[in-house]
Ligand binder design. Structure first.
Ligand code: ATP
Ligand code: MG
Length: 263
């Protein structure tokens, strides 16, 4: 990559209490890329995400943003700004006693983001961006699952991040809401140039929006594929990865069983 990678993960091992969950993770994510992390349940996708955002220091290796470690950003005597990313945690909930607008305003107030007088207008803009204009005063409990996810995405956008980390954003959504969320993620990338790192189980999403993906193998405890999903579906060394990526092929051929039955 000619340009400095937005995110560099160099020979990283992640895990808890000195016990590795995944090892040998080496990758670079370009500015404006939509990068997916996929793999078996329990393989360490959320763990890797936690390490990338600095909540769980890697057991080994380094994770750099624009070539610099996160903790290296602050200079002596200069107040450290908020991290350059927004996060949507797996099962991440909104603050239930606050309206949607208050949910977006809270991180802005906590981090002293933007001029106080401009905050409300900015928060309203974030909600409009995810299609929730007119719902500012509603409480999370009164929303559909898809709306709640979009509100959580608006909150992740509160501090104008240049990188978004999303852990299974479409989990639990119906296919239509899920496609809508995919389109929204594409819009954020195309319109605002945001880099997206997304954990997903959804093949539809993967093929529709991911530029590249990393497959974490839960049995081998290391990544076994890295590349564009369509390419890996054909050419991945790992049979498990090819099989994982071809599930869509099966469900997309509704006539296969009829053909078989009639032959
Ligand atoms: N806080 C923790 N302390 C110790 N071990 C943990 C902790 N969180 C997760 N683990 C373990 O680390 C491994 C990876 O978990 P992780 O949540 O990263 O998997 P995942 O790939 O995100 O799974 P899923 O697809 O179910 O979300 C699992 O064996 C899990 O039990
Ligand atoms: Mg997870």
């Amino acid at each position: 990559m000619a340009e400095t990678a937005r995110i560099s993960v160099k020979d990283v091992c992640v895990g808890y209490g000195g016990k590795p969950v995944q090892s040998g993770i080496d990758l670079e994510i370009a500015r404006g890329e939509i990068f997916a992390i996929v793999g078996d349940s329990g393989s360490g996708k959320s763990t890797l995400l936690k390490s990338m955002v600095g909540l769980l220091p890697p057991l080994k290796g380094s994770i750099l943003f624009d070539g610099k470690p996160l903790e290296g950003e602050a200079e002596p005597g200069v107040e450290k700004g908020p991290p350059p990313f927004g996060i949507l945690f797996q099962g991440g909930a909104l603050w239930s006693s606050m309206t949607l607008l208050e949910n977006i305003l809270m991180p802005m107030e906590m981090h002293g983001h933007a001029e106080p007088a401009a905050r409300e207008a900015l928060a309203r803009f974030k909600l409009a961006l995810v299609g929730l204009a007119g719902h500012e005063e509603r409480l999370p409990a009164s929303l559909s699952g898809g709306m709640r996810k979009r509100a959580a995405l608006a909150r992740a956008l509160a501090l104008d991040p240049s990188v978004l980390f999303l852990d299974e954003p479409s989990a639990g959504l119906d296919p239509l809401s899920s496609r809508r969320l995919d389109e929204l993620i594409l819009t954020l990338r195309d319109g605002l140039g945001i880099t997206v790192v997304m954990v997903t189980h959804e093949l539809e999403s993967l093929y529709a929006i991911a530029d590249r993906m990393l497959f974490l193998d839960g049995e081998e405890h290391k990544p076994t594929a890295l590349g564009p999903p369509a390419e890996l579906a054909r050419e991945a060394d790992s049979g498990k990865v090819r099989e994982f990526l071809s599930r869509r092929g099966l469900s997309d051929q509704p006539h296969a069983s009829q053909t078989e039955a009639s032959s």
